[in-house]
Design a protein around this ligand. Sequence first.
Ligand SMILES: Nc1nc2c(ncn2[C@@H]2O[C@H](COP(=O)(O)OP(=O)(O)OP(=O)(O)O)[C@@H](O)[C@H]2O)c(=O)[nH]1
Length: 388
Amino acid sequence: MSVANGHFFVLAPSMAILFLAGLLGICWLNQRQQRFLLWQSMAYSSAALPIGFQSFATLDELNRYAVLIGACYLLGAWCLAKSWAERWQVSTRPRVALLIGAATLAALLYHSHIDQDVWVRVHSFSIGSGLVLLLPISELLKKERSKDWLDETLFWSSLIFTVFTIARPSLIALLGYTDLRAFVRSPYWLITLMSILLFALLFTFLMGAIAFRESVLQLRKERDCDALTQILNRRAFHEAAQLLLADRRMYPVAVLAGDIDHFKHINDSWGHDRGDQVLQLVSATLQRNVRSHDLVARFGGEEFVLLLTRIDLQGAEDLAQRIRSQLSADNSLLQGARLTISFGIAPVTGPDQLDSALKQADELLYDAKKAGRDRVHTAGILYPDLSL
Ligand SMILES: Nc1nc2c(ncn2[C@@H]2O[C@H](COP(=O)(O)OP(=O)(O)OP(=O)(O)O)[C@@H](O)[C@H]2O)c(=O)[nH]1
């Protein structure tokens, strides 16, 4: 690559990095949640400008603007560190980063205006940027890392890039490329450009893939979960229940239909917000009492459904009674009043029979309400008709 090959070719690497910056910026603008995309976009923009300038500059101009160029690269390194930190939820230690930046700029100033030495400048800049990148990595090492393969790849790529940033001048010197007189046409600059471009592509791919997966997970959660209580909604319950019921090892299975008693009265007396808190308390209590392979769902209003696996009807009834007594003992939300709930319980004998089991549990729940509420009615047991 040389200036003689035309302006476009010389500017191609910086344009490519600017293009990636734009791409990441657009991705961030679309949902404005994953800020690591924004920081990465800013990192690429900060690096693309000096790369473009250096592709044209003479050695004399490089000496004159060394501090400005260094400041842009350092800012880019800090933005990239910030994007990793944002993803890992760690600090970039801004004060330490500022100190490293100041020391690097001082070295660049000295070796560009007092004792001109391009090699020392190149080394100072590489070490300074590398140390800034190392800050979030060292913070991440203090806490437990995610075992997810994309996050693991991001961590190792970040570490390799940081080590490479620090050691790049020495590595290129090992190849014998130490002549920096015609800087922009030197093999040093070519190798540097190519490696920056490759890493920029790698990080764009990784961060893009992480952002895409997060968005899909978020959408799936919004589709499957009730917004207020964060438990399954009716549609997701049916989908998950069919999967569970197809596994013979899960039997015996019982379905519980639960309904908070006099919920309208709770809303009317304590307000709708308190009603919402009661719904959250009930769903938390239900979840606390079931096992990991059981299902808890809100079917709407104050109506909940549980699918309990590897449990007989007696066990399911004991569990419903336990939930009932835990809720009525908790008077944190309804001072001076008891929070009660009624349940109907029916067995499920196969995937095709879920709907009829739900219907039966609903009828038993209706009977429990009629019989005075705050009680559990289980299939196969005759209860006295208290409504008479
Ligand atoms: N706070 C709150 N209230 C809700 C929500 N969804 C439904 N409701 C209210 O829940 C109440 C349900 O009232 P009803 O169906 O009469 O039931 P109930 O008062 O519990 O009576 P029983 O079930 O017979 O004991 C209605 O007033 C709805 O407005 C919600 O998401 N939040």
